[in-house]
Design a protein around this ligand. Structure first.
Ligand code: C2E
Ligand code: CA
Ligand code: CA
Length: 698
């Protein structure tokens, strides 16, 4: 027996004779189970319960029309049977969804099994097609919804389908005809060629080909993708068509490139960073070994960047760094490298300077000087003119067996030396510099301990008027080193300044001087207008907390603020005059006065002077030193005094060592004096004795 599917057939027939005839006809079709009912009512309930595969119904039934079973659709085909006179009914039954009809005759009824088989077969076909169509629609929906480009091409490579994402990616209109486009046309010429010569043959051979390819959108935009090309075969094994899926990987690639970039470039300036520098430096070192053409390594450190950052904020600092990076780049040739090491440190590799060692050094010096000059050009940030300078250390890249790392260290050492020598200058590395730097670091450590262990002291040097009466004192720091004894500030102030320790130490100086002042006042040793002069270093002055710290010290220590003078140098203010003025005003409002120290040695003091809220200036010792012999100095001092009188400023001449100097200065109308001629700086105890001796008459 063939294994046929079994069918449940519901026969609705009230004519017993017809029912029997049909039943008999089905008897020889064992796979068809006939259930017979005579009423519409019963038929409906049977349909609900047993869901038959086919319904055969007479139109005329005792309780209604057989066509009623057609709506709503019973979910299976229905054959309607009519009498001769009812043909019209049959037609309308067909319209309502009947699968077929027969006009009852002996013959049509006995051949019903065949009709039933055909109807069920056709029904099955319709259902299958519908399912297939639904499946197809679902697949298409998926293809259309996916963000990847999906495309189908025929054997000749012509596109037969491209999904919505593909159209969007390539800029093809929704209804635009694609049938004349070939798969390879979507690509850049090079990749189109690759698809033809490599992709398609490979897909034919192996079934699939993948690679990264560039699609070319209609607007010319290049789209980097990860592409798969698949060949599809039919049952006989012949290739029928190709499909391709391409994913836009531009974001991915951009992210990868960004990661790569971050690893080797500085984001602020766009310059190579330390990693990239190391690579290039090693390359340069081996190049010099090969072609004997010397190069140079420049270690560039901005001198006053920290001040700018502290006083104007980081965004301004960033702008300065960007500007300096731009200037450096603009200054170099294609083969040279400029990198940012971090902070305010830049490195320049000068490549192929000369095969002659001496000539290479001279070229390096020339270029380094130019770099120093460009950096020193005025720099505008937020409407403020800044002047930035740089200290540059240079190590030559020669045939010597030094690694890039060594060279960097040498240049660093030389840079440090340039700073020590007064900044805004260059220094070539030489053997022997190394130990200087070590000494410097040692000093830093010792100074750190000095504050903790109370090794600092304040000395006081009296200020006098033309009648040699004491009118004030300048506080001067000393370091009582456990082994070296008394160390002069010239030896250690620079280190404090570079390391930033000056902020803390300077705070200590202010505190100590003010406390000393209250002591002398309590002892009745001072007149009420006695001036205490305190030196403020650039870094200390520009510290964010500077004014705040002084305010809080004044809360604790009871000194009249009109007695306090802060001595600042042009170094404090030259970089950002507006900011400096604001800082001074803050304290001036509290009653504190400012004095411009070392006057005459700086930049363009006279020009700035009228804008600065200072009440005193101190003529630098170097002018006083030669005043008796040098007419130039005489003229300078005379004009400073004249101008100051005009501007209402008090002038102090410092470094007066001889009577002759004192006499001459008096002739020029100088009011205040300071120097060994009157007194050397004195320890607090000696100053107390000195004041007691000179005590103003009660
Ligand atoms: P300065 O502010 O110009 O201080 C005057 C310097 O001249 C002092 O040197 C003083 O001892 C010296 N001096 C005074 N009279 C004469 C003289 O007649 N002849 C000669 N040849 N020198 C004289 P000192 O104490 O060595 O200080 C050097 C510099 O260190 C000071 O120069 C000042 O800029 C700085 N300094 C000293 N103490 C402090 C401090 O507490 N804080 C800060 N930030 N700087 C300080
Ligand atoms: Ca001073
Ligand atoms: Ca001075």
């Amino acid at each position: 027996m063939r294994n046929q599917p079994e069918y449940n057939i519901l026969l609705v027939e009230d004519d017993p004779g017809h029912a029997a005839l049909i039943n008999r006809a089905f008897e020889s079709h064992a796979h068809c189970h006939l259930v017979i009912t005579a009423t519409l009512e019963q038929a409906k309930s049977l349909i609900n319960h047993s869901s038959p595969d086919l319904i055969i119904t007479d139109v005329r039934l005792p309780d209604g029309h057989g066509t009623e079973l057609l709506n709503p659709g019973p979910g299976c085909p229905t054959i309607v049977m009519t009498n001769y006179s009812d043909e019209k009914v049959a037609v309308s039954a067909m319209k309502s969804g009947a699968a077929d009809y027969i006009v009852k005759t002996q013959e049509t009824m006995t051949s019903l099994p065949r009709t039933a088989s055909r109807v069920m077969r056709e029904w099955r076909l319709v259902i299958d097609q519908k399912l297939a169509r639904e499946r197809q629609q679902r697949l298409t929906a998926i293809l259309e919804a996916t963000p990847d480009l999906i495309c189908i091409a025929n054997l000749d490579g012509f596109v037969t389908y491209i999904n919505q994402s593909g159209r969007k990616l390539l800029g093809i209109g929704k209804d635009e005809d694609i049938s004349r486009i070939r798969l390879a046309d979507f690509h850049s010429p090079a990749d189109g060629q690759k698809i033809l010569s490599e992709g398609i043959p490979h897909a034919i051979r192996e079934g699939m080909w993948t690679d990264e390819t560039t699609f070319l959108a209609l607007n010319g935009e290049k789209v980097l993708t990860s592409q798969v090309l698949i060949s599809h075969r039919n049952n006989r094994g012949d290739i029928e068509f190709f499909s391709t899926i391409a994913r836009d990987i531009r974001h991915l690639r951009a992210a990868e490139e960004r990661v790569e970039y971050l690893a080797y470039y500085d984001t602020l300036t766009g310059l190579p960073n330390r990693n990239e520098l190391a690579k290039r430096l090693d390359m340069e070192v081996s190049r010099v070994k090969r072609n004997q053409n010397h190069g140079a390594l420049l270690f560039i450190d901005l001198d006053n960047f920290k001040y700018i950052n502290d006083s104007m904020g980081h965004p301004a600092g960033d702008m300065v760094l960007q500007e300096m990076a731009r200037r450096l780049k603009a200054h170099l040739r294609g083969d040279d490298t400029v990198a940012r090491l971090g902070g305010d440190e830049f490195i320049v590799i000068l490549s192929g300077l000369s095969q002659d060692g001496r000539e290479a050094v001279s070229h390096a010096r020339e270029i380094a000087n130019k770099i120093r000059d460009t950096i020193a050009m005025e720099c505008r940030v937020h409407d403020t003119e800044l002047q930035v300078t740089a200290s540059i250390g240079i190590s030559m890249i020669t045939r010597d067996e030094h690694s890039g790392h060594d060279l960097l260290r040498f240049a660093d050492t030389a840079m440090y030396q340039a700073k020590r020598e007064g900044r805004n200058r260059l220094e070539f590395f030489s053997e022997g510099m190394g130990s200087d730097v070590t000494r410097q670091l040692e000093l830093e450590n010792q100074l750190r301990r000095a504050l903790k262990e109370n090794q600092f002291q304040l000395y006081y040097q009296p200020l006098v008027n033309a009648s040699m009466e004491v009118i004030g004192a300048e506080a001067l720091i000393r370091w009582e080193h456990p082994e070296l004894g008394l160390v002069s500030p010239a030896e250690f102030l620079d280190v404090l300044e570079t390391s930033g320790q000056i902020v803390e130490v300077g705070g200590w100086v202010i505190e100590t001087a003010l406390k000393q002042m209250t002591l002398w006042l309590d002892q009745g040793l001072l007149s009420s207008d006695f001036l205490i002069c305190i030196n403020i270093s650039p870094r200390q002055f520009l510290d964010k907390q500077f004014a705040e710290n002084i305010h809080s010290q004044l809360e604790r220590i009871n000194v009249p603020t009109k007695n306090i003078i802060m001595e600042v140098t042009e170094h404090n203010i030259i970089h950002n005059i507006d900011d400096a003025i604001q800082r001074m005003q803050d304290l001036i409002q509290r009653g504190i006065s400012f004095s411009l120290d070392d006057f005459g040695t700086g930049y363009s003091s006279l020009a700035h002077l009228k804008n600065l809220p200072v009440s005193h200036i101190k003529i630098d010792r170097s002018f006083v030193e030669d005043i008796c012999n040098d007419t130039g100095d005489q003229a300078m001092v005379a004009s400073i005094l004249a101008l100051s009188t005009h501007l209402g400023l008090e002038v102090v001449a410092e470094g007066v060592e001889e009577l002759a100097q004192f006499e001459l200065l008096k002739k020029f109308n100088c009011k205040y004096y300071q120097g060994y001629y009157f007194s050397k700086p004195l320890s607090d105890q000696n100053m107390t004795d000195y004041l007691a001796k000179k005590k103003p008459a009660a």
